[in-house]
Write a protein that binds this ligand. Structure first.
Ligand code: AP5
Length: 220
């Protein structure tokens, strides 16, 4: 299955992508995750992206399009992938269409996580991530067993730099201005399915499975 997860910051795209990739073995391609790794390794891409990510702005289209095109060419994604955080504007969506065409592939389904702004803000301000393995927690919604320590690897939990109040506001504004137009883009293509991102993670997962089932995308 070739899937796009679309929705505002904090909608729970990454959380569900992690569950789905473990459950179904589908490759999870997170442009935000790839950019953060590049930034911490100070690669040329990371150097280019750093300021944009810190301010909550979109990294230039050519940088992210190149990252995704390289991933799509990888043998390991031939049988299915989930794009999390890409595309983020119509230009990126069109670039994606062209890249997929080159590889003889197409998107099967776009899942839109419809989420209230207040929920996004609460989720992002309470999110903590493991410095070592990247695992995701939330101070209230999904707390670690031991405060400040990752359940999975024992690493230190930190707040993402772009999860500070001012940057969260900017990310939500950027989403409204540049990304939300993709809902119409994919509706017109007949690919869009909506789930409620406001629900508890387990409920969202159940809604996702139902959408896959209704669209004959995955056998449970
Ligand atoms: P990116 O990393 O993609 O950030 P985002 O889209 O803003 O999404 P998030 O990771 O913040 O949220 P999420 O929906 O994955 O929520 P999560 O599951 O973590 O991008 C970061 C930056 O990189 C961008 O600002 C931009 O600069 C750059 N970038 C990336 N892609 C780009 C592109 N294509 N073009 C240009 N620039 C790009 O959940 C959030 C929290 O809530 C967690 O703490 C979690 O534990 C909790 N939670 C999750 N689900 C639930 C639930 N159902 N109930 C309760 N709590 C929940």
């Amino acid at each position: 299955m070739k899937l796009i997860l679309l929705g505002p910051p904090g909608a729970g795209k990454g959380t569900q992508a992690n569950i789905l990739s473990q459950r179904f073995g589908i490759a999870h391609i997170s442009t935000g995750g790839i950019l953060r790794e590049a930034i911490s390794a100070c690669t040329p891409t990371g150097v280019k992206a750093k300021g944009y990510v810190k301010r909550g702005e979109l990294v230039p289209d050519e940088v992210v399009t190149q990252i995704v095109a390289e991933k799509l060419g990888d043998e390991r994604v031939k049988n299915g992938f989930m794009l999390d955080g890409f595309p983020r504007n119509v230009n990126q969506a069109k670039n994606l269409d062209s890249s997929l065409k080159k590889f003889g592939q197409k998107i099967d389904l776009v899942v839109y996580f419809q989420t209230s702004p207040n929920v996004s803000i609460q989720r992002l301000s309470g999110r903590r991530v493991c410095k070592r393995c990247g695992a995701n927690f939330h101070l209230k919604n999904m707390p670690p067993k031991k405060e400040g320590i990752c359940d999975k690897c024992g690493g230190e939990l930190i707040q993402r730099e772009d999860d500070r109040e001012q940057t969260i506001k900017n990310r939500l504004k950027v989403y409204e201005e540049q990304t939300s137009g993709l809902i119409e883009y994919y509706t017109k293509k007949g690919l869009l399915q909506t789930v409620s991102g406001d629900l508890e993670a387990e409920q969202v997962y159940k809604e996702l499975l139902k959408k896959f089932d209704d669209n004959n995308k995955i056998e449970e």
